[in-house]
Design a protein around this ligand. Structure first.
Ligand SMILES: Nc1ncnc2c1ncn2[C@@H]1O[C@H](COP(=O)(O)OP(=O)(O)O)[C@@H](O)[C@H]1O
Ligand SMILES: [Mg+2]
Length: 359
């Protein structure tokens, strides 16, 4: 079923009245890639996904699929499978009939339809449920039917709009991995939409972080997590130490940022001397040592007092007040040496995990 496709979204814009929803979006998706649109509610994810599927047209720009301009083609001429957030199953049809629907529309021979339906129901583990109606299935099973229906037509592009958001947390986590495994097995180029950053990290080859109709960053989960390109991305993907400061010196790979806690070194983005920035640092990238104990000389370090300690099992959360009221949140892994409330500690971190992001 490998069907190489290559999606290219070129300078796509869309407004509803005076509301600019897509502000000149350009994205290239590789054949077989699992690409995720990640962003807060209202940033334009569904609008863009629907345009790729043919449910709506851009005001300007082009959408190319496998070298073909599909911008103005109706959905049934685009070769896309679509999984809607609401599943949109036909309630009066059995699972089998739901999955066969697109194949009948395409007028495939009955034997071919029967064999394809059996194959995709097997892939999603629902062979035994073929004669049931949607209301006789759990949410997770309905979601699998929607996926089976979308892949039965062997689309060159699979589009999924928050397909896991109606499931409970445990099921959602399990289905993530199944979905990714199935996508890799089929090799179908996939666009997945979510507002959940952890879900995006778990399933994607690459993630596109969107904000108000703009692309903030395109990168692998590791890049988005470890090297956020903007303050918006850092904040959205859960970097919750943000220390305000001013760039004093920008040379080579690092910058020196003057903060209330003193001079702090950070990896260089595009900030210039004199600019106001936020120094972004993940709690789990900060290590603690008792004050006075020698640690590696490289990297950032600040001494402070533990003002909060909460044991959470997998991690212990601390707040450490460094100078002038600046508080650093720290997440220490299970098994690390505990630090008592009120004790003096040294916070230290690798320089490449601190990012000076334009405020
Ligand atoms: N058909 C429509 N008519 C008017 N406004 C719309 C329409 N569809 C979406 N919008 C607006 O476009 C913006 C983006 O919506 P949407 O693409 O659904 O965001 P997301 O999927 O990221 O939550 C929102 O402000 C929404 O209200
Ligand atoms: Mg949406």
């Amino acid at each position: 079923m490998v069907n190489a496709s290559d999606l290219s979204i070129q300078s796509v814009t869309k407004s509803f009245g005076s509301n600019v929803v897509l502000n000149g979006i350009s994205i290239d998706v590789e054949p077989g890639e699992f690409m995720t649109f990640l962003g807060p509610s209202g940033c334009g994810k569904t609008t863009l996904l629907r345009m790729i599927g043919g449910f709506g047209e851009p005001d300007s720009g082009r959408i190319m699929l496998a070298g073909r301009d599909i911008t103005h083609l109706p959905p049934n001429q685009r070769d896309c499978g679509f999984v809607f957030q609401s599943y949109a199953l036909f309630p009066h049809m059995t699972v089998r009939a739901n999955v066969a629907y697109g194949l009948k529309l395409r007028k495939l021979p009955a034997a071919e339809i029967e064999s394809r339906v059996a194959t995709v129901l097997g892939m999603v583990g629902l062979e035994a449920f073929a004669d049931r109606h949607p209301k006789q299935l759990s949410g997770g099973q309905q979601q699998r039917v929607a996926i089976a229906r979308a892949i039965a037509i062997r689309p060159s592009l699979l589009l999924m709009d928050e397909p896991l958001s109606n499931l409970d947390a445990k099921l959602r986590e399990r289905i993530r991995f199944e979905l990714r495994a199935l996508q890799k097995q089929l090799g179908i180029t996939t666009i997945f939409v979510t507002h959940d950053q952890e879900e995006a990290m778990a399933v994607s080859d690459r993630i596109i972080v969107m904000n108000k109709g703009n692309v903030e960053q395109i990168g692998t989960p590791a890049q988005i997590y470890g090297d956020p390109a903007s303050l918006f991305v850092a904040d959205f993907v859960g970097v919750n130490n943000l220390v305000p400061g001013t760039v004093r010196q920008a040379t080579g790979a690092t910058v020196m940022v003057e903060t209330a806690a003193g001079l702090m070194e950070a990896s260089h983005h595009d900030s210039r001397a004199g600019e106001n920035v936020q120094l972004a640092l993940r709690p789990e990238m900060i290590s603690l040592a008792p004050a006075g104990q020698a640690v590696a000389a490289t990297g950032g370090q600040l001494e402070g007092t533990v003002t909060m300690a909460a044991f959470l099992g997998a991690a212990t959360r601390y707040e450490v007040e460094v100078q002038n009221g600046v508080v650093l949140k720290v997440a220490a892994p299970a098994g690390s040496r505990p630090h008592a409330l009120g004790s003096r500690v040294l916070c230290h971190w690798p320089v490449e995990s601190a990012h000076a992001l334009r405020a």
